[in-house]
Design a protein around this ligand. Structure first.
Ligand SMILES: [Zn+2]
Length: 1084
């Protein structure tokens, strides 16, 4: 390793590296603000081209397509949302009584405790903005006071169309629709890191660089009489990837795809149909006709028939759903979900097997093609017809998404024409209706669109004239490989930058060895292609860069000690092509752990290191992985400890849940603008202010990982978890420069988002990176009555660049019935989705109001909904605490949340532990979230094969899920608790000796080791059975939950016992007491 040291900036003479141009910027393309050319849609040519219906939009709104004017036609005044004219006196909330601190708008009492409590400026609700679009303010404006970034953006009419300064943050993790937020000062669009120094200089050119010019849109044959596409080989246009849940397999499938270009128009159609043959007009009323029963179905290869009635109407689409059908299916399902349960009497309400979400009451043919609830679900699977009805139900309405989930089966379409609604840009989906073969009606805005000629050919069946059989219309989850019009510059390469804390503190933990070892093992599995770039930065009180340029005999280290004025010493050789410099990268990873092993430097300049990372990645975008072991002490972003351990248990209110500085949030927004996401790995033994540091990931769409008490030797369990997490992290699928837009049927409105992202415009989330383990939630309201609708639809479109450099769009569409009775709303309630959404909302409220406020609001959610059920749904009054069967777990889940690390009081909870739990509640997919909130408990010492599953010739025992109560435990048994990211196996003192010998491989209880994390592979039936069950649990999730075998004297026993949420603790009610409290409040 060659070492060159810079004692100060600009570099001293002993540095042989070209240090010129230091004062002239870093050959960065300037601060282009938040405009990303990739995201902007190419301008459209004039003429009646399919995609030309919407005028070129501002770059901020243009992806995945031009902004969707969801409801009002352009120019119409933005509709106000219910609950938006609420005075901002949210902080003074009365004690928990029904309907006071509720999340729901109350008709009689338009109180502050309604939905839009997100991060809102503490000022009166002013007039709504003139436009529904967020655009940037062209000139810098002063920073708002103290809570700079919690401000809403300046809202101006939709005029800005040029890449201007950064879009002011319209908010971030919790975001309220601009319509509800008064105009106010936005942040300064340029964030000068060094006062008095021009921030990076102007962009090199006025527009995008030459290589980033818009690709001319295809002058396709849309809408004109063109010949049908040629016969294509089977499945050429559509690939079904059948792989196990395995991100690598999915990655490799990306490479195999062949992009089908537009078929040459001169080739004949597959069925010899005359070119340009028009479709005959249809008889009136055709669109609602079901297929006449006596008409034989059209054979795929049958020549096109011109008889109007012969067109086989797809058995789906809103237009086909008759009211009677809807009513019938509605009633068929109500009994069990609405069965009255007296919670005080029925002791065990847990389903014996894992929870199944309710099935929406749709006709079978619609439900058959509906989106999987694992990917996209709603808190209410029956949507109320009006906001008034929703208010009356006192249940939250929102969507939960796991948009980039690893899927074992994902249809991928490579087509030159992606069919979308000309008006609202919705992607064609299973819930549109075909008026005839040539026209389809959008299920979101009801516009009638033409079916483009290319869409008439079905690459799956290789037949012509059956647009409704195309994969786009048969799959609610589908991925498109985007044609060139979805990009203005080549998709970015996969870029990975690793930033490592190498201060004394960090080196003591030994984590650098694990990171380097893990990287060496997994480097070749990093998603990417020949363009993949990689780089490394280490830091303590100075910043160390590594020249890894191909051709060097060894890596060169360059130290920049002037952390006040960070610059890149050799900008071109710090981020290198991975394939070309693989050896140097390997050399560096092998030597890094030793290089700093003797360091005595205790300071940490994390802020400057992050600035350096941002500068390095700004030209390309990419992923920054930061490893940090302590509170940053030097340079920008330095922090002081804010936690007083003595106050932990006694403090009435939890302080310091919000960041101490704006620095990390500002930098994250800059990163977001340059398509850079920052993942933060905290490996600490002491307080490190996650509330402040976490902002770097939250607003850049990164992830926070947290390993308290990390030490390679002293805490092997934590080390193993870190290793497993790293492996998953390094090898899982990744999407770059992504945006996600959620659309919904006219009349519904999205108003608050939860997750890690930046909100670019009203419904567009900016995600510099997207990963398969990220979840999102949105709150919704009903703006216009849905009286004429049988069903409504929701569509999430995620546009991203794959690690192989393909621009792809993953689209999920969900269809739900509309109902007009309270009982139907209750019947369709998804208690887990409701709990998940409330958890996110409560995190926001903890930060914007207070923890006790959030706790009250959660309790009131239970009180209000059960109260509404009792007074408005139940016809026969009876004593007890009554719940519909589908909500029977609601009080239990809320009690579990109240006892969760994020929200609990009374016990000593470290502030960082609490903040991390809050991060997880907001950014995890629902499935993982629920195990974290309410773990699953099983008895393991008496496993049998009764009722076992058979998976790939393996017998998987299915023990019953037990209540989380000590009364379910016994000293004679062994109990497994699945808490999502960790699995505990508690072994009782008098445990069945058979279990000890046959499963754990020890002769007796005292012989059981303290830190056992593996089940020995014994050749016994009991061992096989137990390992099969644990293995099966692990297979249910993409990461690897560690197993901890716990004895009575184990330290981890406290963690295990804290999850016994049904039991009373010093400071928290037992489940039964909680039920009594709820009942009291209801009967008040
Ligand atoms: Zn539409």
């Amino acid at each position: 390793m060659t070492l060159y040291k810079h004692p100060s900036n600009p570099g001293p003479s002993q540095n042989p590296f070209p240090m010129q141009q230091v004062s002239q910027g870093y050959s960065m393309p300037g601060q282009l603000g938040y405009h990303n050319p990739v995201l902007a849609k190419a301008p459209m040519p004039p003429g009646p081209v399919l995609y030309n219906a919407v005028p070129p939009a501002s770059p901020y709104q243009s992806a995945p397509g031009p902004h969707m004017p969801v409801r009002p036609p352009v120019g119409a005044p933005p509709p106000m949302q219910p609950g938006q004219t609420i005075p901002a006196s949210q902080n003074s909330v009365p004690p928990p009584t029904a309907s006071t601190n509720s999340y729901y708008p109350d008709a009689q009492n338009p109180s502050p405790s309604s939905w839009n409590y997100g991060v809102r400026p503490p000022m009166g609700m002013g007039t709504p903005p003139p436009g529904n679009h967020v655009t940037s303010s062209p000139s810098p404006v002063p920073n708002p006071p103290s809570q700079g970034f919690s401000a809403a953006p300046t809202l101006t009419p939709n005029t800005a169309t040029t890449p201007g300064p950064p879009l002011p943050p319209s908010s971030y993790n919790s975001w309220t629709q601009p319509g509800s937020v008064p105009p106010m000062n936005a942040m300064s669009p340029q964030t000068p890191y060094q006062p008095g120094r021009p921030p990076y200089g102007p962009p090199p050119t006025a527009g995008p660089p030459p290589g980033m010019r818009p690709t001319p849109p295809p002058t396709g044959p849309h809408g004109t009489a063109t010949p049908p596409p040629p016969m294509a080989p089977q499945n050429e246009g559509v690939r079904q990837t059948h792989t196990p849940t395995n991100s690598q397999a999915l990655n490799s499938s990306e490479a195999g795809g062949r992009i089908i270009t537009d078929p040459p128009s001169s080739q004949p159609g597959p069925v010899g149909r005359p070119i340009g043959h028009g479709y005959p007009s249809l008889p009136p009323g055709y669109q609602n006709m079901a297929q006449p029963p006596n008409v034989p179905p059209m054979h795929p290869t049958q020549p096109y028939s011109s008889g109007p009635a012969a067109y086989p109407q797809p058995p789906m689409g809103a237009a086909q759903l008759s009211p009677s059908m809807a009513a019938m299916s509605m009633q068929a399902q109500t009994p069990d979900s609405l069965r009255v349960v007296n919670l005080l009497q029925e002791r065990n309400l847990l389903p014996p097997t894992p929870y199944q979400p309710p099935t929406p009451c749709l006709p079978q043919d619609l439900q058959r093609v509906n989106c999987s609830p694992d990917v996209f679900c709603s808190t209410l699977t029956s949507i109320p017809q009006t906001q008034a009805l929703l208010n009356k139900a006192k249940l939250p309405l929102g969507l939960l998404l796991h948009p980039f989930k690893d899927l074992s089966q994902l249809p991928v379409v490579t087509s030159s024409t992606i069919v979308r609604c000309r008006s609202c840009r919705t992607y064609i989906n299973p819930f549109v209706s075909f008026l005839d073969q040539r026209r389809w009606k959008c299920n979101l805005c009801y516009r009638v669109n033409d079916v483009p000629e290319e869409f008439m050919y079905n690459p799956v069946s290789r037949s012509y004239g059956e647009p409704h059989k195309r994969p786009e219309v048969q799959n609610a989850t589908i991925e498109f490989i985007a044609p060139s019009e979805y990009m203005l510059r080549p998709p970015q390469p996969a870029v990975y930058l690793f930033v490592l804390d190498v201060s004394h503190n960090a080196m003591q933990t030994g984590y650098v060895d694990v990171v380097c070892q893990s990287l060496l093992e997994n480097l070749n599995s990093l998603p990417g292609d020949t363009r993949t770039k990689i780089g490394f930065i280490t830091f303590d009180s100075t910043i160390h860069f590594y020249n890894l340029q191909e051709g060097l005999s060894q890596p060169q280290m360059l130290i920049v000690s002037d952390i006040e004025d960070i610059f890149l010493p050799t900008p071109d050789s710090l981020l290198v092509n991975f394939n070309e410099s693989k050896e140097l990268v390997g050399d560096l990873l092998k030597s890094l752990p030793q290089m700093f092993s003797k360091t005595m430097e205790t300071q940490s300049a994390l802020g400057p290191a992050l600035q350096a990372a941002f500068k390095l990645l700004s030209p390309t975008g990419g992923r920054v992985s930061v490893f940090q072991s302590q509170l940053p002490t030097m340079g920008v972003g330095a922090l002081k400890s804010r936690e007083d351990p003595n106050q932990r248990a006694s403090a009435k209110e939890i302080q310091h849940l919000s960041p101490a500085t704006d620095f990390y949030k500002k930098l994250a927004l800059d990163c977001s603008g340059q398509q850079v996401a920052v993942d933060l790995f905290m490996l600490t033994s002491q307080y490190c202010d996650l509330a402040s540091l976490g902002c770097i990931s939250r607003y850049s769409a990164g992830t926070v990982y947290y390993y308290p008490s990390y030490h390679n030797e002293h805490n092997p369990a934590q080390t193993e978890r870190f290793q497993k997490d790293l492996k998953r992290y390094l090898t899982r699928k990744i999407g770059f420069e992504a945006v996600m837009r959620i659309r919904c049927t006219k009349g519904l409105s999205i108003h608050t988002f939860h997750g890690n992202f930046f909100v670019r415009s009203t419904d567009l989330l900016s995600l510099p990176n997207v990963n398969p383990d990220a979840g999102f939630a949105v709150q919704m309201s009903i703006e216009e009555n849905l009286v004429d609708m049988q069903v409504v639809s929701f569509q999430a479109a995620l546009l991203y660049t794959s690690s192989k450099g393909e621009r792809r769009i993953r689209v999920h569409t969900m269809c739900l019935p509309v109902v007009n009775s309270l009982s139907d709303i209750f019947a369709g309630a998804d208690v887990q989705a409701i709990t998940g959404l409330l958890a996110s909302m409560a995190v926001d409220r903890s930060v914007t109001a207070s923890l006790s406020d959030a706790r009250d609001a959660m309790t009131n959610a239970v009180i209000d909904s059960l109260s509404s059920y009792r007074t408005s749904v139940l016809t026969i009054q009876q004593p007890g605490l009554l719940s519909p069967n589908c909500l029977r777990l609601f009080p239990l889940y809320i009690l579990a949340l109240l006892k969760q690390r994020a929200f609990r009081t009374g016990t000593s909870t470290r502030l960082d532990d609490r903040v991390f739990a809050m991060c997880q509640l907001k950014s995890q997919p629902l499935a993982y979230l629920m195990l974290m909130i309410h773990p699953a408990l099983y008895r393991l010492d008496d496993l049998t094969d009764e009722g076992a599953l058979n998976v790939n010739d393996r017998t998987i025992p299915q023990p019953r899920v037990l209540q989380l109560s000590v009364e379910k435990l016994s000293r004679e048994g062994a109990f497994l608790m699945d808490a999502g990211s960790v699995i505990y196996l508690w072994v009782g003192k008098s445990c069945n000796p058979q279990f000890l010998t046959q499963v754990l491989g020890v002769p007796n209880y005292p012989a059981l080791p303290q830190n056992l994390t593996q089940l020995p592979e014994l050749d016994t039936a009991e061992s096989t059975r137990t390992r099969a069950f644990v293995g099966w649990l692990r297979e249910q999730r993409p990461f690897y939950p560690l197993l901890h075998v716990i004895k009575d004297e184990s330290q981890l026993k406290a963690n295990f016992m804290q999850n016994m949420v049904e039991d009373r603790t010093e400071s928290a009610l037992s489940y039964y007491e909680f039920l009594l409290h709820v009942q009291q409040q209801i009967s008040k």
